[in-house]
Design a protein around this ligand. Structure first.
Ligand SMILES: Cc1cc2nc3c(=O)[nH]c(=O)nc-3n(C[C@H](O)[C@H](O)[C@H](O)COP(=O)(O)O)c2cc1C
Length: 147
């Protein structure tokens, strides 16, 4: 199974979350637009929210995805309140890519990231545990529903 963890991060908060997901998945986190060398089975893709939307570059990249490049997407986001993960999901779905949304644990750090200055995200143990659970759930769901 080819797993990829990618992020868009201006200040480092989303990168921190991506690195925790990557650690659980046993891969390295990469910037979102790193080349896709081979088809991805599970793509964890996250971004921050800036002025009520996700990053323009990330949006453009999401629009280049196709089902033959990426089988399933698990979106995540860090933001003050706006649901960036939902935005990522909507764009990916419009490209025909399967999106895992109905998860028992969602990574959406609202109040915490709103208070923290970008780049100074300090996660509580419970938040770190929730992120790891999110990653494990995504991988487990994918294992039970192979292509
Ligand atoms: C310039 C700027 C604009 C932001 N606008 C919003 C916003 O409209 N809605 C929101 O929920 N969060 C907003 N935020 C909070 C960021 O989404 C949050 O700090 C996020 O963790 C940033 O991710 P990053 O550190 O990975 O870049 C904003 C942050 C910055 C720096």
């Amino acid at each position: 199974m080819n797993i990829s963890v990618r992020y868009q991060s201006r200040g480092g908060n989303t990168k921190t979350v991506a690195e925790l997901i990557a650690k659980t998945a046993g891969v390295a986190a990469e910037v979102y637009d790193a080349p896709v060398a081979e088809p991805i089975d599970v793509l964890f893709i996250g971004g921050g929210v800036y002025a009520w939307d996700i990053d323009k570059g990330l949006k453009a990249w999401l629009r280049t995805l196709t089902p033959d490049k990426v089988k399933t997407i698990a979106p995540f986001s860090t933001a003050g309140g706006f649901d960036g993960a939902k935005r990522i999901a909507k764009i990916a779905k419009a490209s025909g890519v399967d999106v895992l949304e109905q998860l028992p644990v969602k990574v959406m750090l609202r109040s915490h990231a709103a208070i923290a200055k970008s780049g100074s995200l300090m996660l509580k143990d419970s938040e770190e545990a929730a992120i790891a659970t999110f990653a494990r759930c995504v991988l487990e769901i994918n294992k039970r529903n192979p292509a």
